[in-house]
Design a protein around this ligand. Sequence first.
Ligand SMILES: Cc1cc2nc3c(=O)[nH]c(=O)nc-3n(C[C@H](O)[C@H](O)[C@H](O)COP(=O)(O)OP(=O)(O)OC[C@H]3O[C@@H](n4cnc5c(N)ncnc54)[C@H](O)[C@@H]3O)c2cc1C
Length: 323
Amino acid sequence: MLIVGAGPCGLYGAYYAGFRGLTVAVVDSLPEAGGQITALYPEKMIFDIAGFPSVRGKDLVDNLVAQAAPFDPIYLLGEQAVAYEQLPDAALIRCASGRTVRAKAVVVTGGIGTFNPRPLPGAADWVDRGLAYIVPTYGPYADKDVVVVGGGDSAVDWALGLEPVARSVTVVHRRDDFRAHGHSVKLLRSSTVTLVTPAQVVGMDGAQHVESVSVRDVKTKAVTVLPAQAVVAALGFTADITPLEAWGLNVQDRHIVVDTSMATNLPRVFAAGDITEYPGKVRLISVGFGEAATAVNNAATVIDPAAEVFPGHSTDQVAGSVA
Ligand SMILES: Cc1cc2nc3c(=O)[nH]c(=O)nc-3n(C[C@H](O)[C@H](O)[C@H](O)COP(=O)(O)OP(=O)(O)OC[C@H]3O[C@@H](n4cnc5c(N)ncnc54)[C@H](O)[C@@H]3O)c2cc1C
């Protein structure tokens, strides 16, 4: 089985595929698993996951990865699935890199589409040389001077999360007002984080790795050079559904139309999570988990027509076994 999208619903689908005895690969265009959670709110507490009164976003993702791990999913990260081809006994999915994956069934858990960080203008050369667009963990920022660029929730959450770890944190934002949640902004303003507003990053400098950042005041045009061994650009993400539309999927208003078995209009292709559309759809992780289970179990009967849709109870499985 191929799962397209390593967000929470895709990860849960990977567990279910393994539980059903299927081999499973998971493709995602992002470099890390976790979809919107990892990209936008890894440190936020989530309060509406069944059975968890509260769970930190990244802990939920780590647990989903751990839950699927006994089944050895193959993660193909940094790969964008752009084309579908119907073979006599399988589906062939082509990635933008040229890689192809042949699967007996496909579950699309593509969320709001291919998710790409809005680039920091003129900074393409600095990616992996000190510039990051996602902060999955704070550890690598220990004892560094960090410049966070942006004024939304991710920028503010990451600045606050980095504050106790980094040597210094400076937030550069082009406006004086922050778009982030009011309470977070209040915490930011009373923290040790230095706020440089209204200002823009206009250059980065360093030998191999970034060593300093040039920041221009929007009003006075004065340029200041800040020491920085790490820059986090939290300028938001753009989501693009067109690579999935190009498969020939029935997409309406940026969502894939599915039936009650989560089947799409394409043979062997199912969908689950935020990306699905049907009357009464509710876009929540808890709903997507159920859809992932429905999609994978129905897809299992496409792979093996003699198989039952109902997978049996996980309690019948010996703890830790993958049989
Ligand atoms: C700030 C914020 C707070 C939230 N809080 C909550 C909450 O408290 N409770 C709740 O239930 N929900 C919450 N949500 C919504 C929740 O995050 C989504 O419902 C959930 O992430 C959907 O999961 P998913 O797996 O369907 O898709 P996503 O998490 O969007 O993951 C989809 C993945 O598919 C990948 N992808 C898409 N197209 C392709 C392609 N063609 N090729 C390769 N990869 C592709 C993307 O890169 C992405 O990683 C919140 C959302 C935000 C932004």
